[in-house]
Design a protein around this ligand. Structure first.
Ligand code: KG4
Ligand code: ZN
Length: 343
């Protein structure tokens, strides 16, 4: 029994194969950073074309390297949404095409659920009341996941996501895309005290919700001021201070909410996933907080923080074991670019 996982929701083409124990037989993720770098953000049309070029070869590679044939597959799991429509379509169409010949079941996976699935090895790891935070380029969402795989929304960003704020800040500072890794690297070199960023009014009454747009604007205005309204770049020796100040503001805001939620919900287990969860400062702060509160913290390992097909394949395996899948002729399987996982 093997499950094939396919992930193409944004700008990473990823394919994985797991066996019936969940052991990884194959995982390869090809990013498109160099393709989108000069635009300072993901260009949807280019992303979907690149998926269409890369995905068939990556699936063939997975089959060849593991000696797998289509008839060995118990299921094909694929990200259905949310994400970029064109990118999702490539993965879903490919999965359907492969599945059609042998009427293999398909498991349609929610992208955010997959980010949280990357944080634990087995469902038995989820002890007691469990909360899950997804911090990525598109999401900053906190859920009660005690009844996994059901998600109950607790709070979310009312505007931009944490990763988006790293990316925008990086772009303004002239750092390579995506901004998150570049800002983390730069911030590590800082030796000066960071400066605060006005967070701006949070456009919601809910004190647990996140908001990053005010912070993004404050950063941009401050940068313009520092440059005296001129076009140009900060002196290289100032970049670490600016990077550290932005990173600290983003993390402080995240933790102001996380701390409150932990106090009100008293979870026994906390899951952390999503592309931003690879950030070492975030991981250290999360570790310290959960240790202090006696919480069982499960963070996605670095290779599973970003978009990856292994989390998709694992959800496929879980679902097949529970008898939850879409059978041939896959009538219910279509792309869902917007999809609330708590529904
Ligand atoms: O989960 P992901 O790969 O794609 C989405 O679903 O969005 O997350 C990508 C995001 C980007 O915004 C990127 O800047 C951010 O994760 N990221 C980081 C780091 N590495 C990637 N943010 C902060 N620190 C990092 N080291
Ligand atoms: Zn993602």
């Amino acid at each position: 029994m093997k499950v094939l996982g396919i992930e193409t929701s944004c700008d990473d083409t990823s394919v994985a194969l797991v066996d019936e124990t969940g052991a990884t037989l194959f995982l390869e993720t090809l990013g498109q950073e160099t393709l989108h770098e000069r635009y300072g953000g993901v260009v949807p049309e280019l992303a979907s074309r690149a998926h269409a070029q890369i995905l068939p070869n990556l699936v063939s590679k997975a089959f060849q390297e593991t000696g797998t044939g289509l008839s060995d597959l118990s299921a094909i799991a694929v990200t259905r949404g949310p994400g970029l429509s064109g990118s999702l379509l490539v993965g879903v169409s490919h999965a359907k095409g492969l599945a059609f010949s042998l009427k293999t079941p398909i498991v349609a996976v929610h992208h955010v659920v997959a980010h949280l699935r990357g944080a634990f090895g087995d469902v038995s790891d989820l002890r007691g009341k469990t909360l899950g935070l997804v911090v990525s380029g598109g999401h900053t969402h906190l859920y009660d996941v005690t009844c996994w795989p059901k998600l109950k929304g607790i709070s979310k960003t009312v505007d931009d996501a944490a990763g988006e704020t790293f990316d925008k800040g990086g772009k303004l500072m002239g750092l390579p895309f995506p901004g998150g890794p570049a800002i983390e690297r730069m911030a590590r070199e800082n030796t000066r005290p960071t400066f605060p960023l006005t967070k701006g009014p949070i456009r919601t009454e809910d004190p647990l919700n996140f908001s990053f747009s005010g912070m993004k604007t404050a950063f941009s205005l401050k940068l313009r001021q520092a440059l005296n309204g001129q076009e140009g770049m900060l002196p290289p020796e100032d970049l670490p201070l600016w990077a550290d100040s932005l990173q600290t503001a983003i993390l402080d805001h995240l933790f102001s909410r996380i701390t409150k939620v932990i106090e009100s919900e008293s979870p026994e287990t906390f899951l952390l996933g999503g592309g931003v969860a690879i950030n070492k400062v975030l991981r250290e702060r999360m570790g310290a907080l959960c240790q202090k509160k006696g919480i069982n913290l499960l963070m996605a390992p670095p290779r599973l923080c970003g978009d990856n097909a292994l989390s998709i394949a694992l959800i496929g395996l879980d679902s097949i074991k529970q008898g939850i899948f879409t059978p041939f002729p896959y009538r219910d399987i279509s792309v869902q670019a917007r999809w609330d996982p708590s529904l």
